[in-house]
Design a protein. Structure first.
Length: 139
């Protein structure tokens, strides 16, 4: 399973070609590798954005405005939940609960948890990650 995590870290998803190489290298049938990849939600067989945005829809976050926050991300990114922007910059997902109810509504961007996200914070969240990409391009 760690090899699948390494592949996903590198490509932001699990390309079929990489799974085929892993299958041959590890001498594990491809169907078994795909079975593991599709069983765990953390793996994806389709390309994801450079930045993963996850909105918690658990009860505590829901009553604190998570549905409106998700709608605003969809509007700002011009994609529905579960999709990736055409430029490959952002993917947007929702989850049932992240277990961080005290800081809700919770949004996770990559591995960062901006506490108590509001609709007003969405622009600054997106700009922060767009700026990171521009800064990295200049290096």
């Amino acid at each position: 399973m760690s090899i699948l995590q390494d592949i996903q870290d590198e490509y932001h998803y699990l390309p079929k070609e990489a799974l085929e190489i892993a299958s041959k290298t590890l001498n594990i049938p491809l169907i078994d590798i795909i079975g593991v990849a599709t069983f765990y939600r953390s793996f994806s067989l389709k390309p994801k954005g450079k930045h993963q945005i996850v909105v918690c829809m658990g009860t505590a976050c829901h009553v604190r405005g998570a549905p409106k926050i998700l709608e605003e991300f969809e509007r700002k990114l011009n994609i529905p939940c579960g999709e990736t922007t055409p430029d490959g910059e952002f993917s947007l997902e929702s989850v049932a609960c992240l277990g961080c109810c005290a800081i809700g509504p919770v949004v996770v961007v990559d591995v960062n948890y901006p506490a108590q996200t509001t609709i007003r914070k969405i622009d600054s969240i997106l700009k922060k990650y767009q700026k990171k990409e521009k800064d990295n391009e200049g290096k």
